[in-house]
Write a protein that binds this ligand. Structure first.
Ligand code: FAD
Ligand code: NAP
Length: 315
């Protein structure tokens, strides 16, 4: 029987493992279907994780994460390279199913992250990380005093457009309709912002560029006209998929409460509505979707699981 099963080996999962093992839990397994490190390993530059800044060349996500597993394994965390199918609870014991095995655990931290949706225009995948971004907090600064485009008309797109307008010289917001899905006060702030230009009833056909990155965005409007925006960056905010399927039960319900977007509801201690089950990182409600925040969540969840196991299992 495991003391703790951690599902997902990104910054949240690794940090949960570090705190739980270093705090005294013996049997702690982190289930990660790929290499530990999480989605930041896809990023070619990270400059907002405190204490590890490198000016040129920028620190890559892979470089940032490389030492984390080694540090965790030193304190006893074990890595099982497997995709978890689902987690259930019977009495006070959790069952973790992978494709070919079943494990039992006294507590679980789930931290499987979330995945921004892609819009599907030409060049989106090719230039992802080279001018196409889904994170203004992460990449906005690289476009300081430059013009950028934002795609989407929801709360995320408009809030991030306002954020980018503080850094960039101009922000084009491209939206496929006339009306916005975002909250009216946010729309009003956007309309009043002189640095934001709206391009409505419009879709992105293509981003183009060179090996150096994006050089422009081709846009088609419903009235038949087209635009060629000479911008080095486009931020795509067309929704998000929360990776919560491991919590799905056979009857279609979830093992713990989730909100209407599928984000796991937690309190400030990362407790879910199910005792002994914690959620951390990008998959939880109100996540800032930053490495430092996911790591912080993981630490809190790891400490929570440690206390829970020590208080509820006296063997
Ligand atoms: P993730 O990092 O998403 O980790 C989840 C892990 O769970 C993954 O490794 C996945 O393989 C695993 N997993 C999922 N389902 C299963 C399953 N069923 N079984 C087993 N394993 C599973 N943040 C910053 O702070 N600064 C930046 O500059 C920055 N830049 C970014 C650039 C890019 C291109 C991207 C994609 C993200 C960036 N982020 C940045 C965001 C940051 O990467 C995330 O906020 C952070 O990684 C979230 O950590 P997490 O542990 O919650 O989830
Ligand atoms: P969202 O509300 O689903 O909005 C996605 C936007 O992208 C929509 O405007 C949609 O257009 C557009 N879109 C979708 N697919 C597209 C495509 N392929 N090409 C072009 N455009 C596309 O997503 P979100 O903004 O990430 O918000 C998710 C949820 O979180 C929402 O309920 C939101 O209210 C909430 N949220 C709240 C806050 C806050 O309260 N401060 C902040 C952020 C998010 P259409 O409008 O035409 O469908």
């Amino acid at each position: 029987m495991l003391d703790l099963a951690i599902i997902g080996g990104g910054p949240a999962g690794l940090t949960a493992g570090l705190y739980a093992t270093r705090g005294g839990l013996k049997e702690v397994v982190m289930f990660e279907m790929g290499l530990p490190g999480g989605q930041i390993t896809q990023s070619s530059e990270i400059e907002n994780y405190p204490g590890v800044f490198r000016e040129e060349p920028h620190l890559t996500g892979m470089e940032l994460m490389e030492p984390w597993p080694k540090q965790c394994m030193h304190f006893g965390l074990k890595h099982e390279m497997a995709e978890v199918k689902n987690v259930t609870k019977s009495g006070n014991i959790f069952k973790i199913k992978t494709f070919d095995k079943e494990y039992e655990a006294k507590s679980v931290v789930v931290c499987t992250g979330s995945t921004p949706k892609r819009a599907g225009f030409k060049g989106e995948d090719e230039f992802f990380g080279k001018g196409v971004s889904t994170c203004a907090t992460c990449d906005g600064f690289f476009y300081k005093d430059k013009e950028v485009a934002v795609l989407g008309g929801g709360d995320t797109a408009l809030e991030e457009a306002l954020y980018l307008a503080n850094i960039c010289s101009k922000v084009y917001v491209i939206h496929r309709r006339e009306e916005f899905r975002a909250a009216p006060p946010t729309v009003q702030r956007v309309l009043k912002n002189s640095k934001i230009e709206l391009i409505l009833n419009a879709t992105v056909d293509e981003v183009y560029g060179s090996a150096m990155g994006v050089e422009g965005v081709k846009v088609s409007k419903k009235d038949g006209s087209s635009l060629d925006l000479k911008v080095p960056g486009i931020f795509v905010f067309v929704g998000n998929n929360v990776n919560n399927k491991v919590l799905k039960q056979d009857d279609g319900s979830y093992l713990c409460d989730v909100n209407e977007y599928g984000e796991v509801i937690v309190d400030l201690n990362m407790n879910t509505s199910t005792k002994g089950l914690y959620a951390a990182g990008d998959m939880r409600i109100n996540a800032a979707k930053q490495v430092v925040c996911a790591a912080s969540d993981g630490a809190i969840a790891g400490m929570g699981a440690l206390n829970y196991v020590q208080e509820n299992f006296n063997d």
